[in-house]
Design a protein around this ligand. Structure first.
Ligand code: NAP
Ligand code: ZN
Length: 348
């Protein structure tokens, strides 16, 4: 297969620091788009995968599934995008296209497995490499339009953190009259707050320190609860219709489940390395649901981008040069990010 070479940042081995390298990108096939990547967000999932916390990864690994850029070239048969269009790519770059879930527009649940933007193997048998790079080639069916109302750097995190929180908020009917709790105020959590607020829900942030109280209010939260304070969760018994759990570490869930109403649901999007524990009576005692949710389909991702543009929602970002990726990883793990690191790919 003919390829071109582009610069990227990669982890050469599990848990190794990321370093500059050169990777291949395929020549444009039927339906492909070449994107000049301008910005790439750093998601906690990048760190989980570089550190093999979700199982054996494929190395060298070029993370990055929050990609914002501009169309540089379109391949044969592409009529829906043109050179210069503002575009994004999220967590997947392909799927079977035929199974029941793909046909419903929920390609993330493709029964054959979606093909992740990195740390995956494409249909051509080659490893996929993500957005910590200057260019990427993606099938047009997995390319999103970034509306003009959002700047590209603040849009990048929407491609994962945005859709991962928008989708469960929609599914569990966040809106006027509904009590929504956002557990964990990081990259996902801060967008969950903005989106749930824009949907009209009453929003409570559950955070494990006092540090983010002022920020939460600025993001649109109505209430803030420091969960490390003795008795804080007990005081919320039976309050929430839905909790979106974005925490990257394993929690004991019982005390959180008790804050749900009868028929309330906890939607887990945080994907910690270790199992969580719970007592089933925490569910039984209120006909409560414990659920999970993975990113969102392409159609819903476009809906989310349009919703965010309409409501003036972008991510709160700290723009960094590529040589600061490793330092940024340590800060994310320490919950010290306000609220998404975004790499300026011009520095790669
Ligand atoms: P992040 O920016 O690191 O945010 C996670 C937040 O969780 C932190 O800011 C912190 O919030 C809280 N937290 C972290 N460690 C904690 C601990 N030991 N105890 C209590 N709270 C803790 O991460 P992210 O990028 O938002 O990602 C969050 C999780 O979602 C990750 O596991 C990621 O892999 C996963 N994810 C899943 C999907 C999906 O499709 N389901 C998509 C993207 C990401 P406070 O300081 O406010 O407590
Ligand atoms: Zn992500």
């Amino acid at each position: 297969m003919s390829t071109t070479s582009v610069p990227a940042y990669a982890a050469p081995a599990p848990s190794a620091p990321l370093e500059r390298t050169i990777i291949p990108r395929r020549e444009l096939r039927e339906g492909d788009i070449l994107i000049d990547i301008k910005y790439a967000g750093i998601c906690h999932s990048d760190i989980h995968q570089v550190r093999n916390e979700w199982g054996e990864g494929i190395f060298p690994m070029v993370p990055g599934h929050e990609i914002a850029g501009v169309v540089a070239e379109v391949g044969p048969g592409v009529t829906d995008f043109s050179v210069g269009d503002r575009v994004g790519v999220g967590c997947m770059v392909d799927s079977c296209g035929e199974c029941v879930n793909c046909r419903k527009g929920e390609e993330q649940y493709c029964t054959a497995g979606n093909i992740p933007t990195y740390n995956g193997i494409g249909k051509d048998g080659e490893p996929t490499y993500g957005g910590y790079s200057t260019q990427v080639v993606v099938d047009h069916k997995f390319v999103l339009r970034i509306p003009h109302g959002i700047s590209l750097d603040e849009a990048a995190p929407l491609l994962c953190a945005g859709i991962t929180t928008y989708s469960p908020l929609r599914h569990w009917n966040a809106g006027p009259g509904r009590q929504v709790a956002v557990l964990g105020l990081g990259g996902l959590g801060h967008l969950a707050v903005k989106i749930a607020h824009a949907m009209g829900a009453e929003v409570t942030v559950l955070s494990h320190s006092e540090k983010k109280r002022e920020d939460a209010a600025k993001l649109g939260a109505d209430h803030y609860v420091n969960t490390s304070v003795e008795g804080a969760l007990e005081a919320l018994a039976g309050k929430f219709d839905v909790i979106v759990n974005t925490v990257s570490a394993s929690l004991e869930l019982d005390a959180y489940l008790a804050t749900l109403t009868v028929d309330g649901a906890m939607a887990n999007v945080g994907a910690p390395e270790k199992p969580v524990s719970l007592n089933l009576f925490s569910l039984i005692g209120g006909r409560r649901s414990l659920a999970g949710s993975m990113i969102g389909g392409i159609r819903e991702t476009q809906e989310m981008l349009d919703f965010c543009a309409e409501h003036g929602i972008g991510a709160e970002i700290e723009l960094i040069s590529a040589d600061r990726i490793n330092e940024a990883y340590d800060r994310v793990v320490a919950s010290d990010v306000r609220y998404r690191f975004v790499i300026d790919t011009a520095t790669i």
